[in-house]
Design a protein around this ligand. Structure first.
Ligand code: ATP
Ligand code: MG
Length: 499
């Protein structure tokens, strides 16, 4: 039986489905948009965070500028001789954790350290780039030290001056730890938001894909049922879109197919009826022919026998004609009975090799007389069959082979076991069967033998018996070669009823 492959069954990869493709493209687009949005939002927020920190640092520097300038001014003018006031301010500033000062230092206009949070650097003259930049700047100078988002420092330098007179420079290291924390929190929040938005989008996409593909899948299912042989239109909800058009085409197609199928069924019934009538005619003609001829002979014989003046040897001759004719009628009737009667079958386990041997020994006289060499290659094999009927099949086939080899030849019997069938092959080297007769030889009363020589029922009986066994019989006759008959019996057997 051919394997019926489902249309939907061919879809094996998730991405090859409509939903899969839709989701694949959708997720790629969502990922791209999410990445761009995520980074642009984070970048913008980052800049704002930095600006906020810079403002705070500048405010702090400006707030510190006044007291430091005053101290330097008082010292310059001699109003104050209290040394260590700068250090006191610096140490207080550093001690106040809320301000976030990491270091602080005051330089005189020549660049000497007047006060420093690291006391060991007092009265040194550093030449580092930041100090040089701080000393040369006339306004507030800001410099980042290290990565601002990984606990870096914002270096703020502010000149300590009154009008155009510069008394020194204040440099503060402003801690960016708060900026790092805010940035980390921002990243977490942005990530959570992006993930939630993406998940919502994917869910939306999935639902949309399902809604869009459901009618297509429904239609595909309906088409699949046509593919599997059902011509009943699957009910589909009405739609006014392109899919609705497709559904209409499907309905029209199913309707047309159904009408064609009904038409075909009607034609098939017509053909069967015609064939039945033809075979009834053929059988009647066969019976008429098979019985009429010997009947005419018998009637002539009877007529002659009724004449009283008939010499005794002639009487004997006519009696022989009468007997022969009646025998032909009996044979025709018995073959016809075999063909048309449903005899109860007697199925049993039988060894085909023994059946074949029995048939060959039964027909050994005919085989020898016609100079036919027999090559029997059938090994012992058990099938469930009616041994007597199987014998009948083989007798008919061997007799046909004998008739096909009037000048002698070779009869080969072999076997094949495949596809759950045990096939017996009966092959001869006779005249073969013309191609135009191949389709007709199993018809009842088809014979090429002369009048009174064959009823044409032998192969019809064979076919009937093999059918009853759930088997098949076929013929093969390549041009110019003999014929080979193939009798296949189910193996293990499937019995064709009790007939
Ligand atoms: N082995 C064969 N080689 C050539 N022709 C064959 C062979 N077997 C059958 N045929 C052809 O098939 C025809 C039908 O065969 P079938 O056995 O049905 O009837 P028959 O042999 O003619 O008559 P019956 O079997 O009643 O004696 C034969 O007349 C013959 O033409
Ligand atoms: Mg025959």
């Amino acid at each position: 039986m051919p394997r019926v492959e489902s249309l939907l069954g061919k879809i094996d990869h998730p991405l090859s489905t409509l939903t899969g493709k839709f989701m694949g493209v959708g997720i790629a687009a969502i990922a791209a948009v999410a990445l761009v949005l995520h980074f642009s939002i984070v970048e913008k927020e980052k800049r704002q965070l930095m600006e906020r920190e810079e403002k705070a640092a500048v405010m702090l520097a400006n707030a510190m500028k006044l007291p430091f300038t005053q101290i330097l001014l008082y010292e310059e003018t001699g109003l104050m001789r209290e040394a260590g006031l700068l250090d006191l301010y610096i140490s207080r500033m550093k001690a106040n954790k809320e301000i976030g000062v990491v270091y602080a230092m005051v330089f005189d206009p020549e660049g000497w350290v007047l006060a420093h949070s690291d006391l060991t650097l007092f009265h040194t003259h550093p030449y580092d780039p930041l100090t040089r930049a701080a000393l040369s700047s006339t306004g507030i100078a800001l410099h980042y030290v290290g990565d601002p988002f990984r606990s870096g420092i914002l270096d703020v330098a502010v000149p300590l001056s009154v009008s155009s007179k510069r008394f020194g420079t204040l440099r503060i290291g402003y801690s960016l730890a708060e900026l790092s924390r805010s940035y980390a929190a921002l990243k977490r929040k942005a990530l959570a938001l992006t993930a939630a938005a993406s998940a919502a989008m994917v869910l939306f996409l999935f639902v949309t894909a399902k809604i869009l593909t459901r009618p297509i899948l429904r239609l595909a299912g309906a088409l699949n049922s046509v593919h599997l042989g059902s011509l009943a239109a699957v009910p589909l909800p009405e739609r006014r879109d392109e899919i609705g058009d497709l559904q209409n085409s499907y309905r029209i197609m199913v309707d047309r197919l159904r009408r064609q199928e009904e038409e075909r069924e009607r034609t098939r019934e017509l053909i069967v009826n015609t064939e039945k009538m033809a075979s009834v005619g053929m059988i009647s003609a066969g019976i008429a022919h098979e019985i009429n001829n010997p009947l005419t002979g018998a009637m002539h014989g009877m007529e002659a026998l009724s004449r009283e003046s008939l010499p005794s040897e002639k009487r004997e001759q006519y009696m022989e004609i009468l007997r022969g004719s009646l025998e032909r009628i009996r044979r025709a009737v018995s073959q016809l009975l075999d063909y048309s009667t449903v005899h109860a079958s007697n199925f049993s386990d039988c060894d085909v090799s023994r059946t074949v041997e029995r048939v060959l020994s039964l027909l050994s006289y005919q085989l020898e007389k016609n100079g036919i060499a027999v090559d029997n290659r059938i090994p012992p094999r058990t099938v469930r069959a009616d041994a007597h009927k199987l014998e009948q099949v083989l007798v008919n086939l061997v007799l046909n082979a004998v008739a096909a080899m009037p000048e002698g030849g070779r009869l080969t019997l072999r076997h094949r076991a495949d596809d759950g069938f045990l096939t017996l092959v009966i092959e001869d080297t006779g005249e073969g069967i013309p191609a135009e007769n191949l389709d007709r030889i199993f018809d009842p009363f088809f014979t090429t033998k002369g009048i009174g020589k064959g009823t044409g029922l032998g192969l019809a009986v064979c076919k009937k018996i093999v059918d009853q066994h759930g088997g098949r019989i076929s013929v093969d006759s390549p041009q110019g070669k003999g014929a080979s008959f193939h009798v296949s019996l189910p193996f293990p057997p499937r019995l064709g009823g009790n007939g």
